[in-house]
Design a protein around this ligand. Structure first.
Ligand SMILES: [Zn+2]
Length: 186
C-alpha cells in the first residue's frame, strides 16, 4: 500500500510568506488539483499525510542574519497563519498532520509527531510500504524526508513536478542525491 506525503506546503513557504519559494503557490495548486482527481480515479493512496514545520522556540534555526542553509528568518510559528497549510489544499482529504521542529530544527517529516505517534510506525501500522513525496522545499525538507523514508525501508517516489526548491541549483543537487540513495524520480 502507498501513502502520499505532502511536505510542508505551508503559507510561509509560499509567495507572501516569510520564507517563500518561488514555486510554492504553484506547487500547492498542483497538489490541490492532483489529490482529488487521483483519489477519484485510481485511488492509489491508502493514506494522505501532511507534514508541517511547527516552531515554538527552535533556537538557532531562527536568525536575524540567516545564512539560508542552517539558519532562517522566523517562519512557521505554531498556531499562526504562516504555519497553516496553503488554503488551496483541501484539509478534508488529509488523514494526519505530522508536526515537527517545536524546539529545534527538524527538516524530515519522520521527526514529526501526530499526537504522540511518529510517522514511520504510523505508516507501518497501516501496512504502507510505498511513499509518494511532494512539497516544499526540494533542497531541505523534501530531501530529508525522502532520505529518511529510504533509511526506514520504504520504497519512495518523488513526484518532482510537485516539489519547489528554495534554490534551484541546490534543488537539482538534492534530486540527484535522492536518486543516488534509491528514490525513484517521477
Ligand atoms: Zn523551520
Amino acid at each position: 500500500m502507498r501513502a502520499l506525503i505532502i511536505v510542508d506546503v505551508q503559507n510561509d513557504f509560499c509567495p507572501g510568506g516569510s520564507l517563500a519559494t518561488a514555486r510554492g503557490t504553484e506547487v500547492a495548486r498542483l497538489i490541490a488539483n492532483y489529490l482529488p482527481s487521483e483519489l477519484a480515479e485510481s485511488n492509489d493512496y491508502a493514506a494522505v499525510v501532511a507534514t508541517q514545520d511547527w516552531h515554538i522556540d527552535p533556537g538557532e534555526h531562527f536568525s536575524e542574519q540567516p545564512d539560508y542553509v542552517d539558519s532562517w528568518p522566523v517562519h512557521c510559528v505554531a498556531e499562526t497563519r504562516g504555519a497553516a497549510l496553503h488554503p488551496a489544499l483541501d484539509e478534508s482529504l488529509i488523514d494526519a498532520h505530522f508536526r515537527k521542529g517545536r524546539y529545534e530544527a527538524a527538516y524530515s517529516g519522520f521527526e514529526g509527531t501526530f499526537g504522540d505517534e511518529l510517522l514511520a510506525p504510523w505508516l507501518r501500522s497501516r501496512g504502507i510500504e510505498e511513499l509518494d513525496v511532494v512539497g516544499i522545499a526540494t533542497d531541505h525538507c523534501v530531501r530529508a524526508t525522502v532520505l529518511d523514508g529510504l533509511r526506514e525501508g520504504f520504497s519512495v517516489r518523488v513526484l518532482t513536478g510537485m516539489c519547489a526548491a528554495v534554490d534551484n541549483r541546490r534543488g537539482d543537487a538534492a534530486l540527484d542525491e535522492m536518486d543516488g540513495a534509491g528514490a525513484e524520480l517521477v
